[in-house]
Design a protein around this ligand. Sequence first.
Ligand code: AMP
Length: 435
Amino acid sequence: MFNIVKGTHDVIQKEAAKYTYVENLLMREAQVFGYKEFRTPIMEYSELFLRSTGESSDIVRKEMYTFTDKGDRSITLRPEMTAGVIRSMVNEKLFINQDYPVKAFYVGPNFRYERPQQGRYRQFNQFGIECVGVDSPYRDIEVIMLGYNALKLLGFKNIKLEINSLGDAETREKYQTALREYFGKHIDTMCDDCKERYKLNVLRILDCKVEHDIEINKDAPIISDYYSEKSKESFNVITNFLKENEIEYKINNNLVRGLDYYSGIVFEYHYTSSQGKDYGALGGGGHYGSLVKEIGGPDLEGVGFAFGIERLINLMEDDNLFGENEISDPLDCYVMPVNTQNEKISFEVASYLRTNGYSADVCLEHKSMGQMFKKAERRNALYAVIIGDDEEKEQKVNLKNLVSQEQISIGLDHLLDKLDELFGENEDEHIHHHD
Ligand code: AMP
């Protein structure tokens, strides 16, 4: 026996069907908003994350899976997907004809060396979007809405949207000066992480989860007092729009997010299950002013967010948001040879059904009728196709509906028509589109 790597988990069978359902819904919603899929490598040169995610972020300081490959290059398993996606836009020259924005969506695994706990894994999946070449607060709104609508389509009600604006460069400069002055008086008593954050990026201190530091944070200067006119204006456009469209939000001036590249609006989606469970933010994102340039692209602004798929699924399980139809994975037909000598024709009938768009499996394990019906049930089969010596001789099968238990005898040459008729009556149950 081999243990699974700490902080990772197998996603199999019903659980995998949930992932497929959630990911497909999210991808569909991104397409509705005009986004195109990007599949970038899981490995990137480490330098990319130092430059983009940022030296002061917890991710880069403590959580990256970094190794030296046989060619002596420093490689990192991506801890997030924005950096790789923007890198690909630059490398693939997607900005060259200046047709903005470039819209990307993506799904895939990420790796962070964190302490595993509920809702926190070392390998986890994200769905996210990036919209690059952005020159209007309405793009920020569009991105926020995409995430909000997707959560509603998944069945979440009472989503709590938290937002903040980190302002423009001018705002942040003034604010950082004020923070440095304030924390300068307290930093000796604060945690080691904060001492480091003080040096690298003082804004990060606001994110500290240590009790004593939270108390100190309570009296820290507030960013909204430092907004430039321009920052104030675009933040107002966003909050007014949210109000008018009855998207409930809360301003959280301490929301700075875990990555270094944000400027302007930042946001997180929160949800508490009916049992009061909260695994941390479902997702979050924000506007970035200098990231694209930092990665070697033109001076373009962007906005994006990412959801954690595991967190979505955990909460959907807690609140029963998966309908049976959405994740049930029925088998159309289970073919049962009554005797071992009927195995060949049974195998051929199963192949025939598969070729014609019906999912089918066949028992080749020499079981009794009773055992075969149990196997059919465990496979979630809708119909049993039973073939004994008589049937084989007369080129017929017994077709049994495993829900209603009704059984008919039907010639092989009419089997497909019959199935088309039966499945036509109950289109939902059929997993393929058979035409
Ligand atoms: P971030 O890239 O840190 O902004 O995270 C975006 C989303 O990814 C979070 O809101 C979580 O839903 C998810 N996420 C981040 N880290 C983890 C983790 N270690 N395990 C599971 N989900 C995570």
